[in-house]
Each structure stands twice: as C-alpha cells, then as structure tokens.
Design a protein around this ligand. Structure first.
Ligand SMILES: C[S@@+](CC[C@H](N)C(=O)[O-])C[C@H]1O[C@@H](n2cnc3c(N)ncnc32)[C@H](O)[C@@H]1O
Length: 235
C-alpha cells in the first residue's frame, strides 16, 4: 500500500470508526484479513476485542425500558454474542436465551460470567458454533438480536444471513436488528450497513415485516448518528 492510499484508508477508518482508535481498527482488520473468521478467536485470545463496550447498548435499553416494542417470551438467540451482555439482559424465567459465537475463547469467558452472575441453564445457554450451520436443539426462536454481528461478516454472506434469519425465527417471532455502522465506507470489519439494504426485498423484505424503526435511537458515545434500531416480524 503506498503512503497516500494508506493515509486515505486511515482517514476513512478515523471517520467511520470514531469510537475505536484507528490503530485498533487496523489490528482488527489485519487479523481478520490474515486468519478469516478464525481471526475473531485470535483477537479474543490477544485481548484485542476493541468493539467490546462491556455493556448492553443504550438503544436496546431504550427499546425495552421505554417499552417501545413488546418482547415475546419463549426462546431467544444472540448470534455473535461475545461475552454475552445482551444474553443476560434478555434472559428471564419466561425467556430462555442462547448466546452463540464462533470463538470458543469468548464462549468460555461468557460461561464464566454466567457462573459468577448465577444465571442457570434454565434461562441461559452459551454455545460455540457458526451461525450458518449450528444445531438448533429445541425448535425455532421467537426472538433474535443482532448488534455488531452482521457488520462483522464479509458482505458476501449477507444474503445467507437473511436466509438463515428466516429459517431460525418462528412465524410471529421477531428480529431486533440494531443497524451499525450506518456509513458508506468500503473496508471492514466493521463493514458499513444501510437502512435500505435490510429491506426492499433485499435481506429481510420477503419474509419479514418492518414493525419499528428508530433513526434517532440512543447510542454509545462515538456511535451517535450511525445506529438505527429496527424490529422485524417473521411472516
Ligand atoms: C464485532 S464482534 C461483536 C461481539 C458482540 N456482539 C459485542 O458487541 O461485543 C463480532 C462477533 O461475531 C462472532 N462471529 C463472527 N462470525 C460468526 C459466525 N459465523 N457465527 C457466530 N459468530 C460469529 C465473532 O467471534 C465476534 O464475537
């Protein structure tokens, strides 16, 4: 890469990933470019999970705590769950949550946090596996939450992401997709997303109806203006 290209790519990173230092984004992108999807596990082992905010997103809290959309009970899934903050947030006696992640390292960490927080298997399960072919043991899900998962996948997998969501969510079940990062940068991860790409029959339009869209949802500092909360119902 020549220095002007490097500089412009760095500037782009700075503009599009303001909540992370450019150097951190570069490490993440280099590792994923080198190792492919197993790079996520490498990053967790290296303690370079630069995307990890250590808590549930303000937009999800807003959706639930301000009762902007009623949540179903039953079974829920967080794909690409990382350390599982969202999994614990959704789980209760009426809603069993599964946290799924490709990285065995982070699933082990999530299980340790589960033990510390005393969440039993009756409400919470963590599973290492690939979203596109993990085994679903007890039927479909009534709720799936995607945040910083779609943007972590190579864009070539997006259509399969939509197809898989259709397969694993039961009719009437919901997908909460917190869209991030709304942007037009070209490198990644995180790869840019747009509101229109989810709909217009592209990823979800055929099998889901859009029930809730909030372009002004609350955000973590540094992510403001680049997040849109959406809730989709499986037809
Ligand atoms: C950007 S991180 C976000 C993690 C978590 N949602 C968070 O905000 O801290 C993306 C996560 O997706 C996981 N991942 C990537 N591809 C996956 C796949 N095909 N199936 C399951 N998890 C995957 C990675 O291991 C990583 O934990």
């Amino acid at each position: 890469m020549d220095s002007s290209t490097q500089q412009s790519s760095q500037t782009q990173n700075e503009e599009n990933n303001q909540s992370m230092q450019p150097q951190q984004v570069n490490i993440m992108q280099d590792i994923i470019a080198k190792h492919g999807s197993s790079g996520w596990d490498e990053l967790y082992k290296m303690k370079k999970a630069v995307w990890d905010k250590g808590e549930v997103s303000p937009a999800l809290r807003e959706l639930i705590e301000e009762k902007k959309f009623p949540l179903p009970d039953g079974r829920g899934l967080v794909p690409g769950c990382g350390k599982g903050y969202d999994v614990f947030y959704f789980a209760n006696k009426k809603r069993h949550m599964t946290g799924l992640d490709l990285s065995e390292t982070v699933i082990d960490e999530a299980k340790m946090i589960q033990a510390e927080l005393k969440f039993s298997e009756e409400t919470t399960t963590f599973q290492a596996g690939d979203f596109f072919n993990f085994e679903i043991s007890e039927g479909k899900f009534q709720l799936v939450y995607d945040y910083t998962f779609l943007c972590a996948l190579p864009p070539t997998l997006r259509q399969s992401w939509g197809t898989r969501m259709s397969e694993i969510i039961s009719p009437g079940g919901i997908l909460i997709a917190l869209m991030y990062p709304i942007s037009n940068h070209t490198d990644g991860p995180p790869f840019a997303v747009s509101e229109s790409m989810y709909d217009i029959m592209e990823l979800l339009g055929k099998n889901f109806t859009l029930e809730h869209l909030d372009k002004n949802c609350k955000s973590f500092p540094g992510r403001q203006g680049r997040e849109t909360m959406s809730v989709w119902k499986r037809i």
